[in-house]
Write a new protein. Structure first.
Length: 344
């Protein structure tokens, strides 16, 4: 029988592929434990045996050895003949603070609270309601507001999850001619600061909830843009800063129901001046059978916050209801496009 644990160079038979899909949560939990134990940080200075790490990690040495041996199967570690383990390039990326925020992303995406939310996917498919609200007892973003540590990890996860997008958006869209960008729901300012760094004449306002923007000053200062970014806190359901040349909403509209989206877009309209542009950064779904990562992310929107990914036609319908007109759709080298719209 074919081994479902193998990862051969060519695709295995269909039934084995399906079994591997069913086992995917094994890999997720293994990666989570590796991140939680900070094994990459403990191995940053060089090879070590499991016995040396059992004390610092608070683990059972023989079980830790078996676990680290399993990580060699995932190409995170290598083991030599003396049972000493070394980080691979993949393992190096799991260190705290490594480029790409992989550790924070795994601690969020493979966490118990995230997994428990996904356990309600069947409920979401059957009812159209948020599974996470069932598991958390409240809407996802309300829960994050009450759990600051998880909220900080979530913000860092968004940097990792959407890591290729800021540079791709900056390269694809012409921001020349603009003087001020309002980044609505911009979290820690990763996208905004990337755009400003490439456009020296631009200034920006970062706008998000208080517990979200609290982590923004460190990133903005690290990128040398403190004098060009203003931070404001608040809810985009209640108010949006006025007077920007462009209003940037990156992965905001996909999070919410149509009614909530129309509220957000309406507040954007009231804040915008004549000639202002609305720029939605979203994974615009293909209308055909083409594979696209947004189709998978759409399930997170269904079970999580209650929003959805949309096709170009669906974005046109939504924006038309909000009083906007799409002027162009700008693809990027990443999975997202820039949906540019204006109001008549």
């Amino acid at each position: 029988m074919s081994d479902p644990l193998r990862n051969p160079g060519q695709l295995p038979p269909p039934h084995i592929q399906l079994i591997q899909m069913g086992m995917a949560h094994w890999v997720s939990r293994i990666a989570y434990v590796a991140a939680k134990l900070s094994l990459a940080d403990h191995l940053a200075q060089g090879p070590k045996k499991a016995e040396e790490l059992a004390g610092p990690t608070g683990t059972h040495a023989p079980s830790l050895y078996r676990f680290m041996r399993t990580l060699t199967n995932l190409n995170i570690l290598t083991e030599d003949q003396t049972q000493r383990f070394t980080l691979t390039p993949l393992g190096e990326a799991l260190k705290s603070g490594a480029p790409g925020s992989a550790r924070a992303s795994i601690l969020t995406l493979a966490s118990s609270w995230m997994s428990q939310g996904w356990e309600h996917l069947l409920y979401s498919v059957q009812t159209g309601q948020c599974g996470f609200e069932q598991s958390l007892g409240m809407p996802l973003f309300d829960w994050l507001g009450k759990h600051p540590e998880e909220a900080s990890l979530f913000s860092e996860t968004m940097v990792g999850f959407h890591g290729l997008e800021p540079s791709a958006v900056t390269a694809a869209y012409d921001f020349s001619g603009l003087s001020t960008i309002i980044d609505v729901g911009g979290a820690t300012g990763n996208l905004l600061t990337t755009i400003l760094a490439a456009n020296p004449g631009l200034r920006g306002t970062l706008y998000d909830l208080p517990h979200v923007v609290r982590d923004a000053p460190a990133l903005i200062q690290a990128r040398g843009l403190t004098d060009r970014v203003t931070i404001e806190s608040g809810s985009f359901f209640e108010r949006i800063p006025a007077g920007g040349d462009a209003y940037l909403l990156s992965h905001i509209i996909h999070d919410w129901s149509e009614e909530q989206c129309l509220n957000i877009l309406g507040r954007c309209r009231r804040a915008m001046k004549p000639g202002s542009r609305l720029l939605l950064i979203e994974m615009v779904l293909p209308s055909d059978n083409m594979s696209h990562p947004g189709k998978m992310l759409d399930m997170m929107m269904l079970v999580g916050p209650g929003g959805q990914e949309r096709t170009e036609t669906e974005y046109r319908m939504l924006l038309d209801k909000a009083g906007f007109r799409i002027t162009r759709l700008v693809p990027t080298e990443s999975a997202v496009s820039v949906v540019e719209a204006v109001f008549p």
